[in-house]
Design a protein around this ligand. Structure first.
Ligand SMILES: [Zn+2]
Length: 165
C-alpha cells in the first residue's frame, strides 16, 4: 500500500530576491517587456512607413511620427500589433499588418451621424481617401448612418471618447 501525502500547508513565503526562482521571474518579465517594446516600436514605424509610401501627399504631410500610439500584439485576442493616430474631431487612423506582416491595413475611424457609434473604413490609397474626405467634409467629419437599427459600437464609443474628450 502506498502512502498518499497531501501538501496542505505550503508556507506563504515569497522567494528571496537572490533565489534562483526570483531571478528566473525577473528574466521572464524582462523578456516580455522587451518583446512588447520592440513590437510597439515596430508597429509605429510600420505605420509611418506606410503613410510615406502610400499617402505621401495627404496623410504623410499632416500625421507626425510622434502622433502614433502603438500597441503590442494580443495573441489571446487574435490581435496583431497596431498603431493609432488621433486626427482631431473624434476621427482616428488605425494601422496594422496582416498575413505575416505583408499586408498593410489602414483604417479611418469616424463618428456616425446618429451619434451612438463609430464607423471604420479601410482605406485603399490616396484617390480613395480624397473621395472619402470630400464626403466627410460635407457632414463635418461624420459618416452617414446607414444601417436600420442602432449602431452597435457602443463599447468602442466609450473607449474612443475617453481618448478624444
Ligand atoms: Zn449610426
Amino acid at each position: 500500500m502506498t502512502e498518499t501525502r497531501t501538501l496542505t500547508t505550503v508556507p506563504a513565503v515569497a522567494p528571496d530576491a537572490d533565489s534562483p526562482i526570483a531571478q528566473l521571474f525577473d528574466i521572464a518579465r524582462e523578456a516580455v517587456t522587451e518583446r512588447e517594446e520592440e513590437q510597439r516600436e515596430d508597429a509605429r514605424l510600420a505605420a509611418v512607413d506606410h503613410l510615406w509610401r502610400s499617402y505621401p501627399d495627404t496623410l504623410a504631410k499632416v500625421v507626425e511620427e510622434d502622433m502614433w500610439n502603438s500597441q503590442s500584439a494580443l495573441p489571446g485576442a487574435g490581435l496583431e500589433a497596431c498603431a493609432v493616430a488621433y486626427l482631431g474631431g473624434c476621427l482616428w487612423l488605425h494601422h496594422t499588418r496582416r498575413n505575416d506582416q505583408e499586408h498593410h491595413v489602414l483604417t479611418l475611424i469616424a463618428p456616425c451621424t446618429c451619434g451612438s457609434g463609430y464607423v471604420d473604413t479601410a482605406l485603399d490609397g490616396e484617390p480613395d481617401l480624397m473621395q472619402l474626405l470630400t464626403e466627410l467634409r460635407a457632414t463635418s467629419g461624420r459618416f452617414p448612418h446607414t444601417n436600420d437599427g442602432d449602431c452597435d459600437s457602443q463599447q468602442r464609443l466609450r473607449d474612443w471618447d475617453a481618448l478624444c474628450s
